[in-house]
Ligand binder design. Sequence first.
Ligand code: BES
Ligand code: MN
Length: 457
Amino acid sequence: MDTVLNYLRTHRQRFVEELCAYLRFPSVSAQTAHTRDLRACADWLVEHCKSIGLKAKRHATRGHPVVTASTPRRKGYPHCLVYGHYDVQPPEPLDQWHTPPFEPAVRKGAVYARGATDNKGQHFAHLKAVEAYHKTGVELPCDLTFVIEGEEEVGSEALTEFLKKQRRELACDVVVISDTGMPSKKHPALTYALRGVAALEVSVRGPKADLHSGIYGGSVDNPALVLAQMLAQLRDKRGRIAVPGFYDGVEPLSEHERRQFKRLPYNETAYKRLLGVTALFGEKGFTPIEQRSARPTLEINGLTSGYQGEGSKTIVPAEASAKITCRLVPGQSPRKVVRLLKRHLKSICPPTVRLRLEEGHGADPYLVSPTSPPAQAALSALREAFGHEPVILREGGSIPIVTEFKKILGIDSLLLGLALPDDNLHSPNEKFDLDCLARGSAMSALLWPRLAMALRH
Ligand code: BES
Ligand code: MN
């Protein structure tokens, strides 16, 4: 093991350069203009996996390609999947980046680029661990298959189909995923729950075109105001989502779990400063940790209407629209939540506008026990690589494929996140800490023998 860890230490600098090459691809899955960039990124990844001794392939799908890369299968060895995604969120607003999102820059011990932590840097750490085994000639105690997709940020539909088709080849003992976070480098984390997600786009249309607000305003309804009033009704003053049936089936938090949450590091002042808010807001009766990881929410992600350019323009806009997502917890399903939300919006929409509702991607919530032997193996690898006692967490983000791994392959995922709270996922100036890269790849190297042991029992 020492030779493997030594290899990782010796080649750190080159790893950073390679990661920068990977980060240069603007693999934005949500924007069709980037379709070719996703393909080029997948090709780079295939070549890179081959160069570290993996058998790698790009698989065409209905959407963006899936990349698989694997070690040879041996009889009697456990088979582990490592999942990641090479697609990234849109980089906008561009003017808020200190250096351009697809020109990776290293400063203050971190690499800055869109996708640095979410998720290229995180699965790259696992690739480097495999490289270290191969190049030092140390035998890997597990057979590994990497599955790295290009549609995580838009709902992983193509990968779901891919899993169904390849369920034989992908049959495995455990899935390992680094696509979550940790409270700090002193608190490496195993995540045992993720929220689900349900997306809906709402638009209201009034007049057939924007109208002069002086000539016509007052005699026709204003779609922007209508939408604002509808949206404002979706949440009450106590932070509860005011959609009938929204909380039906939501499992209450156990006292045991609430006590566990209290043991996590949290400081309100530091948290407010990290986010740059003057005050926190959330559902009454729950702590911020509970609100953002274990309670369902409804958010407006984007809101558009009328003229927003320079100066003023006196119009009644023809249309207003909003992108909404809800985060879901066990007991809720995306289908049902979208149905409830649609029904409610229809019921509160006045007859002065035409309502259009368009359902988007969805993901089920995920919750597993953190006490399984593989989870113990993971905790031990985290402890050794980071030099601190790991914590167990629920997190508020979503990874759609995790529940599909469970449904299609019958396998739970070990979520071993390497993102830090200030990594700016989905925000301008996303970064990945280079120490997390180093410790993450050491964690991965340490994980395989421990997992092999755990899986043998
Ligand atoms: N890596 C995130 C999910 C995440 C981040 C989980 C931090 C826990 C902690 C992932 O790439 C992501 O952003 N997923 C999307 C999925 C959605 C678009 C279907 C999300 O959560 O918004
Ligand atoms: Mn993401």
